[in-house]
Each structure stands twice: as C-alpha cells, then as structure tokens.
Design a protein around this ligand. Structure first.
Ligand code: MIC
Ligand code: SF4
Length: 640
C-alpha cells in the first residue's frame, strides 16, 4: 500500500507514535514562524522556558498584523520581538516586509519540511509542498526549543481536481467550492490533499490560496505536491536549491475523495458571516457595494495583484466604492512599482495600503454602518472588519476588482479584458528587510516596554471543581468572539488583564464582569467551539478570568490545544442533547475530578437542576498530565 503526501512527510518527521489514524503522534518541526500579535506571547514563553537558542532549521518572526502605531504599545511589541529574536537565533522580518505567509512562501518555505506557525493560516506553506500547521504560541515556542509537536494522526482527504479553470475563475473559487462542500467544521482532524491533472495547471501562489483558506475548513492542514511548477517558482525566487520532488505514490490510499471539475466551476462568493456560506456570484449580481479590499495572506501575490492592475487599468473606481489594496509583500509591491502596475492601480483611484494584514484583522478600514464590503480575505465573521452591522463577502481578486469599477457585485466572466499573467522568470529579490539573528546572542539586551505584562499561569487541577455556568453560546463560536481583535485591542496582545475586559463580549457584554463577580466558573458552547484564529489569548484570557472548564458539543483543534496548554478542562457532552438542558447561572459540580478525568469520562452534576451530565474527556495521556499539572508550562517545569 502506497503513501499519500501527508503520510510521506509525517513518516519522515515521526518521533513518537505510529501512523494510525486517530492516535497521537509526535513530529519533528523543521521551521517555525510567528507574527507580532501572537509572537509577543510566544517569545515570553520561550524566555520562561529558558531556551537560549532556537534549535529548528529556521525560525522567523514577522511583523505584519499590528501595524498602526496609534500609541506606544505596538512599537513596544515590535521592539521586544526584534530584540528577543535577535538574542535567541530567530530571523526577524521587519514591518513593511510583508505578510508572514506570503513572505515565508517566497523566501523560506521548503518542500517536504514541516512548519509550525503561531497563526492559523500557516498551512499556506502547503502550496509549496510543506506540512505547515497552525498552533498556539506556546506550542510554537516549544518547537523552537527543539520540542516535539503532538497532533492526532489525521485522516487524509483527496480533493481530486480535473480539467482547467476558465478565464476569471480562480483558485479562490476552488477553495470556496471545497468550503461549500465540506463546511467550516468538515476538515476537523483531517489533512486536505489536492491531486489530479488539474493540480498541474495551478501555480504555487494559486495553490497557496487554496491551502491558506483550508484553515477555514478546520483542517489540520492542506498540501499540494512539489513538482515542476514548484521548481519553477523556487527558481524564480533564486531558491531552486531547496526543491525536491514530492508526489503521492500511485497506489496511495485516502480516507475520503472529493472530485471537482475545474471546467465546471463558476465565480463564487462566501456571504456574511461565515466562509462556508457560499453562493454563485451570478446569483447575487447587482448587490450594491460600498467597500472593496484586496489583499491578505489568501490573495496578495504578484499574480493576484497583476491581474487586479490589468482590470483597473484605464478605469475609475465607482464613486460609491472605496477600494483599498494591500500587496502581500515588499517583493510584490516593489515589482508592481517597477513595472508600472502600481501606477495603474493608483490611476484608477485605488488606495494603496502597506504590505500587512490591515483590514483583514480590523486594523483600519472599518466599513460604514450596514455597508457591503467585498474582500479577497479568508474570514468574514460578524464584526471582524470592525463594523458589526457590515456584511463582508469573500471572493477572488478578479471579482473584487471588476465589482469595484461597477459599484455592484459583478460576475467577472462578463469582462473581456486580457488578464493573463505568468509567473516571472525572476522575482525581485532583496532580503534587506530580514534581519539575521545575532552571532553573539548573549550580548543582546531584550527591551520590554511597559505594555509587556507577564502571562497568567494556572494552578494544579483541584479534586473538586465547582462553578456557575457564566455563559452559554451556540455552534461555530470563533476565537474572534472569545477574544475579539481590532485596532483598539490588538495593541494589547501582551497585556492579558486589559484584554480580559473584552472576553466573549460580542456574545454577551456582561461576561467579563460576571466572571469576575463569581471568581470564575464554566463556559458552555455548541459544536466547533473556538474555530478560526490560533490566538492563545482566547484561552489565556479565560484562564485569567478563572474559567475552570469549557463544556461543548465539540471543539476546534487549535483552540482545544490552547485550552489544554492553559490547564482549562475541555469537556464534550456524551449526549449532545444535554446541551439543551443547561442554563446560564446553573451551579455545576465535579467531584473526584482527578480520578474521573483519568477514566476518559467525568460526571458533571448540575446542582441547580439536580441532573448529571456525562462528559467525554478526550485527552491523550500527555494532555491529561498537562491538565493535572495546570497547563503546559507547569508540566514542563515539573519534568525538569
Ligand atoms: C487571524 O487571521 O485571525 C489572525 C489574526 O491572523 C490570527 C492570529 C491572531 O489572532 O493573532 C490567526 O489566524 O491565527
Ligand atoms: Fe493576517 Fe488576515 Fe492572514 Fe490573519 S488571515 S494572517 S490577519 S492577512
């Protein structure tokens, strides 16, 4: 029996366990990446673990999220990350150099290697044939120290692509189609592997658009083969030396197969407020548009930007539309500036933003009240754009650009501009915004401004865990709900006490006050609780507020790991109907907790309603020990 790509890479990196689906395995991590909004925490944790020098093949710290210096806070974070990385052997990508995933693909990604990143869109690296996984900052810090990364051996889904995309139908439409088919929880515990003849027709940036937004499926990661197309991309980046061929075996076996005929695909759009709420653009045409944003780690490559420039050239952005464009990296922006495409964008009235995440994470460009905003991004959760009443639609750069001119959502296949762009033979290579780590790290002083506060640590698990239900939320609650991020909050990513005042406020304004009044308690959630961002703040802030357990129908992968790392019990209802029978303010009691959790099940007694719930404790032995120790840092300390 042959291996698929996922199995091949895992096999090469397997340190613990066996490749048996559903069991825990440990893999060696070759590369790590962090970005600034999760990075401060990751490096504080690296320091707390007393790791002198990173032990990976390459670790890179990017500054791309927190780019509005409204006050000293962001600048403090940047200074801290720059100095701490310089000291500990990490490459530092300066603000302005671009979005982590775009730059990593261009300048660092290596086919067949593993990449762990403190950002949920790390799977972008799957476009170049990496096994690239998003995780909480603490897991990335451990990997930087040479520690093994543990995951559940995933199922592997074969998405077989046949045929070829029609003009103006794009890679974004492929991933939107996969989201339509699988939904935002369809990828949990799975790796999505793309195969079939259609793969050869897709360039590396197109493949990366698809693997990037695989995060929205809840998948562990997504991966493409490394072939001739990969070679050509790496050669144009002057990095063909790192290329190696990586193909699935002819008799590779998959757990599921989905077939998509690229010839049949049409331009698609994800409607508010979920990336899987997919509809054909043609069915929504003439929707009046107020704002169009082009960029983000999903769609900001040179290829995307050139197509947009060709569409905009000689046209004018509709008077009722604000069009903003953020090219993904300095390389892309510089090339557009040199070849005149930037002038075509500016000439049409586009507002050019710096190369960073910007509006994707609500760092500026919040749309007007009730606005319709078209975005080439990957998430359209309610309020993420900065305006709760606005509706965000996710689509391709081509659809976005054509619609920006028309002022209404427009099917781009009706356009007859020639937008053919091929990957250049040589990209513009200038790594002058990447700072290599210090040769003599000991001499580097780490600078921590007043915005950098210590992170909270949990206590050992108690034998009796009691508390009130402080909130009950529905299915698919995102980490954007649990720990909102926007221009006002992002500067406080290293200040947990401040962030705690905003925890779960999009669901219930009173939650932080109630949690404080009651000295903590429990959270009750539905299915896929904690989907979305990798931010461990969505666990650290509940920890700070005294949350002891989260009871749900099911969890999203990264958030569950972050809860365990923080020593908060993640429990799932054995009988999902029990969810209906639990209310806010109910008093819950767990007796003999330690004894019970070891048995994979725990009885939670609802004192108010006088009923018992059987909760599943789905933890590996290692995770169980972390929970008992009061989180990963305590667990590591106890081992030493
Ligand atoms: C996101 O897209 O939600 C973010 C902001 O990039 C997050 C990371 C963070 O919250 O800092 C992610 O995707 O992990
Ligand atoms: Fe940045 Fe948006 Fe990508 Fe997150 S999804 S890394 S905020 S561009």
């Amino acid at each position: 029996m042959g291996y698929n790509l996922t199995q091949k890479i895992i096999k090469d990196h397997l340190v613990k366990g066996e490749m048996i689906t559903g069991t825990e395995i440990g893999i060696r991590i070759d590369q790590t990446l962090t970005q600034d909004s999760t990075g401060t925490m990751a490096y504080l944790q690296l320091e707390a673990m007393e790791i002198d020098k990173v032990r990976t093949k390459k670790s890179v710290a990017y500054i791309d999220h927190n780019m509005l210096q409204q006050g000293y806070e962001n600048a403090d974070d940047h200074k801290y990350i720059q100095t701490v990385t310089h000291k500990h052997g990490v490459y530092f990508s300066r603000p302005g150099n671009g979005i982590c995933h775009q730059v990593h693909l261009e300048r660092f990604g290596v086919p067949g290697e593993t990449l762990l990143g403190s950002d949920s869109h790390t799977p972008t690296g799957g476009g170049i044939g990496m096994l690239a996984i998003g995780a909480g900052g603490l897991d990335v810090a451990v990997a930087m120290g040479g520690g093994t990364y543990y995951i559940t051996m995933p199922k592997v889904v074969n998405v077989k692509l046949t045929g070829k995309l029609k003009p103006f139908v794009t890679a974004k439409d492929i991933i939107l189609e996969v989201l339509r088919i699988m939904s935002v929880k369809g990828g949990v515990s799975k790796v999505i592997e793309y195969t079939g003849e259609g793969v050869k027709t897709l360039s590396v940036p197109e493949r990366a658009t698809i693997t990037n937004m695989g995060a929205e499926l809840g998948a562990t990661t997504s991966v493409f083969q490394s072939d001739n197309v990969t070679y050509e991309f790496l050669k144009a980046q002057d990095r063909e030396i790192v290329w190696k061929e990586l193909l699935p075996d002819n008799d590779a076996v998959y757990d599921e197969t989905i077939e998509i005929d690229l010839n049949e695909l049409e331009p698609l759009v994800a409607m508010p407020h979920s990336p899987d709420n997919v509809e054909k653009v043609a069915n929504l045409k003439d929707l009046k548009v107020n704002q169009v944003c082009i960029g983000s780690c999903t769609n900001s490559s040179y290829l995307d930007m050139m197509k947009v420039a060709k569409i905009l050239k000689g046209n004018t952005v509709h008077p009722d539309v604000s069009l903003v464009i953020a090219p993904g990296s300095k390389q892309v922006l510089n090339m557009l500036a040199q070849n005149g495409a930037l002038a075509d964008m500016i000439g049409a009235g586009a507002r050019i933003l710096e190369s960073g995440c910007g509006p994707c994470i609500g760092m500026g460009q919040a749309p007007a009240t009730d606005a319709v905003t078209l975005r080439t991004f990957n998430r359209n959760f309610k309020g993420r754009c900065g305006t709760v009443s606005a509706g965000a639609y996710l689509l391709s750069p081509e659809t976005a650009a054509v619609s920006a001119i028309q002022g209404v959502l427009t099917d781009p296949t009706t356009c007859n501009t020639d937008i053919q762009v091929i990957i250049p033979d040589k990209f513009l290579i200038n790594d002058n915004m990447i700072v290599a780590p210090a040769k003599d790290g000991d001499k580097v002083e780490v600078i921590k401004g007043p915005n950098i506060k210590p992170f909270p640590l949990n206590e050992e698990l108690k034998d009796n865990v009691n508390g009130k239900v402080l909130i009950k939320v529905e299915d698919n609650i995102t980490t954007d709900h649990i720990m909102p991020s926007n221009a006002k909050l992002l500067p406080f990513r290293s200040n947990i006490p401040h962030l705690a005042n905003f925890c779960l406020t999009p669901c219930d304004e009173q939650f932080p006050a109630r949690a404080k009044e009651n000295n903590g308690g429990m959270i009750v959630g539905g299915d896929n609780y904690g989907q979305g961002s990798s931010r461990e703040h969505a666990a650290l802030v509940p920890l700070y507020l005294g949350i002891k357990a989260v009871l749900t129908k099911s969890f999203a992968r990264i958030h569950k790991a972050n809860l365990i790392n923080s020593g908060i019990l993640p429990l799932t209802f054995s009988n999902k109907d029990d969810y209906d029978n639990i209310s806010v303010n109910d008093e819950l009691v767990m007796d003999n907790t330690i004894e019970q959790v070891k048995k994979d099940k725990i009885i939670v007694h609802n004192k108010t309603k006088n009923v018992d719930y059987v909760m599943d404790v789905d933890l590996s032995d290692k995770e169980l020990n972390m929970i008992i120790a009061g989180g990963k840092i305590n667990f590591i300390k106890n081992m030493n």
